[in-house]
Design a protein around this ligand. Structure first.
Ligand code: SAH
Length: 391
């Protein structure tokens, strides 16, 4: 999943949206849906509302009702648009397909649990690869479509679609051999679906069972991003002659989900955290990791950029994909954290600090991030702590 803003998987996307590529002079991409910070996204937002209004149940109260953010989260997966975006992310979907089709020895005669099945695509891959039975659990309305899709493709005898939350459904078997899931959100942890996978693992996975994917790692690097920071942050200083800088403070708080051109990268890329999904506990998704980013050239740093990769280490040959700026773009893009300061950094100097990540206490699908950084360079000395919230 990865919903991803811009991809949030459609709806509940974090502030995201736009595409950057500052520094490169390239044209911006189409603004992502829900890109509230982008006035140019207005048409698209209106268009989305118009579209969805055809489907609204008049008996259902609209915005302003007592829906919680969790309701909006699951609702966003009820619309096919977010699934279309995920399915068309070929880096994502083809990696899962290759993992399954090229490792049929893992699936043959095995019972599989697909956590968050969406359209049922991963369950279909597993069934085709010879799984004995696949339980496809999906809590959004897309579960109804998944049932139809399974039937239409002749897999009703192998795949059972269960509509409901993983945490609430009754699985017809006591254990499963394999758990497969595409749970990753923006910044890896946004949406916090990892907890659902860990819950399923602890409840149903047999000893020596496997989780696919089993390794996820988060990385950090630093970029030059003058043009885009100007466009997204400094913009609020003077809007048609008016001072709207109170919004600038909010814009700084929200990490931006966007693609970064690899030419913007100024430093090395640092591994922050590796999680082994087959062993970790829920608390391991909250952490503080130190970093040291060494400049590879003289440049200015405007932002830090986080991205992740995932691996399937139980395959015959280790397989996976990266969402980093040097890899083919995915719907997760990258996550940009703008700095209060513009850092004048010389080649060889190190920007050091730490990044703390934890689910927001009130809304656990949101992520609170605390960044501490300092640079003690020839031309710039700075130390600061900044907070961000992905929501
Ligand atoms: N497996 C599909 C969909 C991935 S998106 C694919 O690869 O294309 C993640 C899906 O998990 C969404 O459809 C979302 O509705 C579902 N989901 C998230 N949390 C869930 C939970 N607790 N129980 C059941 N489904 C969940």
């Amino acid at each position: 999943m990865g919903r991803r803003k811009g991809g949030n998987k459609g709806g509940v996307t974090p502030s995201s949206g736009q595409s950057s590529s500052s520094g490169t002079g390239s044209a911006p991409e189409v603004p992502a849906k829900m890109s509230v910070a982008d006035p140019e996204g207005v048409d698209e937002i209106l268009e989305e509302r118009t579209e969805s209004s055809n489907l609204d149940d008049p008996a259902e109260p609209l915005i302003g009702s007592d829906k919680t953010s969790a309701d909006y989260y699951f609702d966003s997966y009820s619309h096919f648009g977010i699934h279309e975006e995920m399915l068309k992310d070929t880096v994502r979907t083809k990696t899962y397909q290759n993992v399954i089709y090229q490792n049929t020895f893992l699936f043959k005669d095995k019972v599989v649990l697909d956590v968050g099945a969406g359209t049922g695509i991963l369950s279909l891959f597993c069934a085709k690869a010879g799984a004995k039975h696949v339980y496809a659990v999906e809590c959004s309305l897309m579960a109804d479509m998944a049932k139809e899709i399974v039937e239409a493709n002749g897999y009703s005898n192998v795949i059972t679609v269960l509509k409901g939350k993983v945490e609430e459904i009754v699985l017809p078997v006591s254990d499963v051999d394999i758990i497969i899931s595409e749970w990753m959100g923006y910044f890896l942890l946004f949406e916090n679906m990892l907890n659902t996978v860990l819950y399923a693992r602890d409840k149903w996975l047999v000893k020596d069972g496997i989780v696919l994917p089993d390794i996820a790692s988060l990385y950090l690097t630093a970029i030059e991003d003058a043009d885009y920071k100007e466009d997204k942050i400094e913009f609020w200083n003077n809007v048609y002659g008016f001072n709207m800088s109170c919004i600038k403070k909010q814009a700084m708080l929200e990490p931006l989900v966007d693609t970064v051109d690899q030419n913007q990268i100024v430093t090395n890329c640092q591994l922050l955290k590796t999680m082994d999904i087959s062993k970790m506990s829920i608390g391991d998704a909250s952490f503080t990791a130190p970093f040291k980013l060494v400049a590879e050239r003289n440049d200015y740093i405007h932002a830090l950029v986080a991205y992740f990769d995932v691996s399937f280490t139980k395959c015959h040959k280790r397989t996976g994909f990266s969402t980093g700026p040097r890899s083919k773009a995915t719907h997760w893009k990258q996550t940009v954290l703008y700095l209060e300061d513009v850092l004048t950094i010389c080649q060889g100097e190190a920007l050091v600090g730490s990044l703390s990540v934890e689910p927001n206490k009130k809304n656990p699908r949101d992520v609170d991030i605390v960044l501490k950084y300092s640079l003690n360079g020839q031309r710039c000395q700075v130390a600061r702590t900044q907070q961000y919230r992905m929501r």
